[in-house]
Design a protein around this ligand. Structure first.
Ligand code: SF4
Ligand SMILES: [Zn+2]
Length: 334
């Protein structure tokens, strides 16, 4: 059962004084000329990403996957500001105070910007928190926190967005996230896994899948942070306490190190991926071109040509008879 946030929830009422500052401060805060110029160029960069990649139109019904962080709040704010039909969707994962504060922040933000906020409650859906699910699974198999949480979140977001009749699901992925993922998949020898790392997903079309869009695709983490701080968005800047993806952390540190000499590194990684890999994907979808590497070819072909199935247990779209989420729940119940 998925429910909507109701204003009577006491968690959203008991807010400290400092959190009740009106958001119209966004328009009046003193900013330097440099700040104003940055805000203009940041916003126009996102507009051009939306236009260039045809991410969405005013006819779309867009659900923004809100985490309470700077990225998704920026997406939510700008899409609303530009007149798109937009609603927020947050999952209460029950990761202690971190989840509580994020929900308070998103609720406050949506209320003040007159954005409808939908909520998915882990305990309504699965009867327990993500931490309980995760530790139960980790007692049986070796899987990282984010590998478990990410699968379940994607399942929930797609399911709920579809139920809300969304035509697009917007996420806050930024340039840093994209470059790290592309590099990580290459290093792990599975570049085909990056096939969905485009500004707009759409490799397999299926009425059960809501297309995902990433308006911050070319915005760096630092740019989004600066924008969010200048706008005084009520967000937490601390990472999730459960984010222990060691590989991603290492890649991030190495990219930061290399960027000292190659400041355009992240943009170059992503541009290379978009130019070369997306072209190969299109060609393979048309069945017209082989790929140089046999290993890459087989993995990619497998990836793109697989027919979508529906999970025998939950009925959600899946590449196998049983979807990843149901497999995780089965492991938990063993
Ligand atoms: S950082 Fe990892 S554990 Fe935390 S919410 Fe995101 S996917 Fe889940
Ligand atoms: Zn399933």
């Amino acid at each position: 059962m998925v429910n909507l946030i109701v204003n009577t929830d006491s968690r959203y009422k008991d807010k400290p004084e400092s959190e009740n500052k009106p958001l119209n401060k966004i328009e009046t805060k003193d900013r330097t000329l440099k700040d104003k110029k940055f805000i203009r160029s940041f916003e126009s960069k996102i507009k051009s990403i939306i236009n260039k990649y045809k991410l969405c139109t005013k006819k779309d019904r867009i659900i923004v996957a809100c985490s309470g962080g700077k990225d998704s709040t920026t997406v939510l704010y700008l899409l609303k500001k530009w007149g798109y039909h937009v609603e927020g969707l947050i999952i209460d994962l029950y990761i202690g105070k971190w989840s509580k504060q994020n929900i308070v922040n998103v609720h406050k933000f949506c209320k003040e910007h007159e954005i409808k906020l939908n909520k998915i409650d882990m305990r309504d859906m699965f009867g327990c928190s993500i931490c309980f699910i995760r530790s139960g699974i980790q007692e049986k198999i070796n899987l990282k926190n984010c590998a478990i949480c990410g699968v379940i979140k994607r399942w929930l977001l797609n399911k709920k967005s579809r139920e809300l009749k969304a035509t697009k699901l917007a996420t806050g992925h930024n340039l840093d996230d994209q470059a790290e993922t592309i590099l990580m998949n290459m290093i792990k020898g599975n570049p085909a896994k990056s096939i969905s790392q485009t500004p707009k997903t759409g490799i397999i079309e299926d009425k059960m899948f809501v297309q995902r869009i990433k308006p911050l695709y070319f915005c760096t983490n630092d740019e989004v942070r600066r924008y969010s701080q200048l706008m005084d968005f009520p967000v937490l800047y601390q990472p999730c306490p459960c984010s222990t993806n060691a590989t991603r952390r290492k890649i991030r540190a190495q990219i930061a190190e290399m960027e000292k000499n190659y400041p355009e590194l992240k943009k170059n990684i992503v541009n290379y991926f978009l130019k070369e890999y997306s072209e190969k994907r299109k060609q393979m979808l048309k069945g017209t071109q082989a790929v140089e590497s046999q290993a890459t070819k087989s993995k990619t072909k497998e990836f793109v040509s697989e027919k979508i199935k529906y999970c025998n247990i939950c009925g959600e779209p899946s590449r196998n008879d049983i979807c990843q989420t149901c497999k995780l729940i089965m492991i938990l119940k063993k």
